[in-house]
Design a protein around this ligand. Structure first.
Ligand SMILES: CC(C)(COP(=O)(O)OP(=O)(O)OC[C@H]1O[C@@H](n2cnc3c(N)ncnc32)[C@H](O)[C@@H]1OP(=O)(O)O)[C@@H](O)C(=O)NCCC(=O)NCCS
Length: 338
């Protein structure tokens, strides 16, 4: 039978470091507040590249790591909340940037849960035999959508991109490698706790239905920054994170304590500490890099996956869970045997 394995990983983070102390220049905050409430010490901000170029660099490293050429890629699926263009998709730009001439490319929108969503979709294509090698990538230019005068939110986010190659692998059930289980879900919510308002206009702003006057595009700039009720989002996360870990491990016929690594979306160090505490885990099993990059939205999971892979942390047969969550409320998890 065909299974999907992660054959390569890659990442890109910008050089420019925005430290906690630098925020003092624009908002009333402190390194002490940010560190104790979030675990973040610094984040990166891209000053030259487009988002698709950051993602393209992460994809090139993932291809190198997999030992594949761009022409061998059948599909590119990107998750991003900050595309360079509304269309074509960011994935189409990435395809052109890396020279993946044989691929079909598209984006998905699932906010910070984006990487587990693209992984889930790619897994289905590989297992059905419709694709052999798929690039899954997440890249986020959070500086475009962070309001640097909103101290509740702007200190959380940073820019970066991560990628992985998912490849078809023939294996029998007893020695199955790769994605053992994966699932994604969205919780019904009024979508008022975390969102970015679109810049497009309401119909009534363009055409007055009473006077029948066509007004054209009003010269008005809408707020298109991240709006978040941090406390409500936090409560949602600590409720669903154990649920999704229990669910995905049970689908893989293992338990959470069997996992060698749990790679959780890096939104707040307190959330990661909560997982360690809840399952009484060795902290080494729940790696953290939020202090260096902040919350890079859907890119945190593939960036951390790549850092661990590059540090040769994974041994053949290791059981690894990936878990993401965010606006929507969208969430999902996967279990991989390395
Ligand atoms: C955002 C978050 C760090 C805030 O931490 P918190 O402990 O909930 O803090 P609160 O929002 O209750 O704010 C506490 C106080 O600190 C203040 N504060 C907020 N941001 C501040 C900052 N950057 N510097 C200093 N003080 C700040 C608040 O104004 C508030 O002051 P008040 O008590 O006088 O009103 C936390 O809620 C969080 O991480 N939520 C989850 C976010 C998340 O995971 N989002 C992504 C999902 S993808």
């Amino acid at each position: 039978m065909i299974n999907s394995i992660i054959s390569g990983t890659g990442m890109y983070v910008p050089e420019f470091v925005l430290s906690n102390d630098m925020f003092n220049q624009v908002i009333d905050t402190s390194d002490e507040w940010i560190t104790t409430r979030t675990g973040i010490k610094e984040r990166r901000i891209e000053q030259e590249k487009y988002n698709y170029e950051m993602i393209g660099e992460a994809c090139k490293s993932a291809l190198d790591n997999a030992g594949l050429s761009a022409e061998q890629i059948d599909m590119i699926i990107v998750s991003t909340s900050a595309p360079d263009y509304n269309y074509p998709s960011t994935a189409c730009f990435v395809q052109n940037y890396i020279g993946a001439t044989n691929a079909a490319s598209f984006d998905i929108s699932a906010a910070c849960a984006g990487f587990v969503f693209v992984l889930d979709i790619a897994d289905v294509y590989i297992k059905s035999g419709r694709a052999k090698n798929i690039l899954v990538a997440s890249g986020e230019m959070m500086h475009r959508i962070a309001d640097y005068l909103d101290r509740n939110n702007c200190i959380l986010f940073g820019d970066g991109a991560g990628a992985a190659v998912l490849s078809a692998c023939e294996s029998d059930e007893s020695q199955k490698r790769g994605i053992l289980a994966s699932y994604i879900k969205c919780e019904n919510d009024d979508n008022k706790h975390m969102y970015i308002y679109s810049k497009s206009y309401q119909p009534s702003e363009i055409f007055d239905k009473d006077t029948k006057i066509f007004k054209g595009n009003p010269l008005k700039i809408n707020n298109s920054f991240i709006t978040q009720n941090g406390r409500t989002v936090y409560q949602f996360v600590v409720r669903v994170l154990p649920q999704m870990l229990d669910e995905v491990t049970s689908r893989a016929n293992i338990s959470v304590t069997d996992l060698d690594y749990i790679i959780v979306h890096q939104a707040n160090k307190r959330i990661l500490d909560y997982v360690i505490e809840k399952y009484k885990l060795d902290p080494e099993k729940v790696p953290i890099n939020i202090e260096k990059y902040g919350n890079t939205s859907s890119a945190t999971v593939p960036i951390l996956l790549n850092e661990l892979n590059m540090a040769n942390k994974f041994k053949k047969g290791d059981l690894i869970a990936l878990a993401g969550f965010g606006s929507g409320f969208a969430y999902g998890a996967a279990v991989i045997r390395w």
